[in-house]
Write a protein that binds this ligand. Sequence first.
Ligand code: SF4
Ligand code: SF4
Ligand code: SF4
Length: 278
Amino acid sequence: MSQTVPNLLPFVELPILFKPLTLDQQPLDIQQKIAQINEVLPQTQCGLCDHPDGCLPYAAAIVINGEPHNKCVPGGQPVTDTIGQIVQKNNPPLIAAKSNWETDAITGRPQEMRAIIREADCIGCTKCIPACPVDAIIGTGKHMHTIFTELCTGCELCIAPCPVDCIDLVPISRQISADIRQIEQHDLQSRYYHHLNRVADSLADSRHTKPVVSMMEAKINNVAAQSLDISEADAKSTIAAAKLRTKIKKLEKQLSVRPNAQKQSELIALQAELAALV
Ligand code: SF4
Ligand code: SF4
Ligand code: SF4
């Protein structure tokens, strides 16, 4: 009988940052367990579990390296207990890692926070933008920046890079059902993966002249370089595919504003080239 593999979708076409995890090469039962734990994690991507690359590497470390399952700070006790059930290590139960924020009496999780920029003090330096794992900050150089509060997870990663300390955290109060939480977590995960892919594409683009400005950019650069050591041909095609995707996205954007037959055929040719590569 063939084995069914639930929740493996996150391991298909993962961002290049996760390549060193080699998740797709793990035995199926290990992959399933990692996927199950990743489903439970808040997807805040805050790195407070000592995994600055986010929730998926922590899920993998719990299963593969036997890392303690109580390190997710925003998940609090409910997440620690649920992971304990998955890995069958709830006897005795572990106490969740302590948060700086009070525990919410209703959810049992730490108080949720959101970041807000004191716009009058913002100098428009753009340093907070690459730090945000879910692309919740908008703004351009020398102009005031702002945060889409509904997209912000309160991960606090934008606070340290701000040279003028103009980002504040404010508590929010809400009650959400388990279903809504799950939908929200999936959305955060896909926003984070989109963010990582965009950073990787921009680093692979030869016209990209901006210096590396975030820890994540440096890590993605390293992974791409290591991939070159492991399999030059493989890495070259990954980089070529990233460049093609960047060109395709630009053309699609232009064509969505103004149809143009020549650009349309250019787009079709690039899409065919990409399909042949991946
Ligand atoms: S949300 Fe939890 S698992 Fe995800 S990065 Fe933050 S502490 Fe780690
Ligand atoms: S705006 Fe700041 S606190 Fe909010 S998600 Fe982005 S980096 Fe995290
Ligand atoms: S890091 Fe601070 S000063 Fe710079 S753009 Fe962001 S909020 Fe404004």
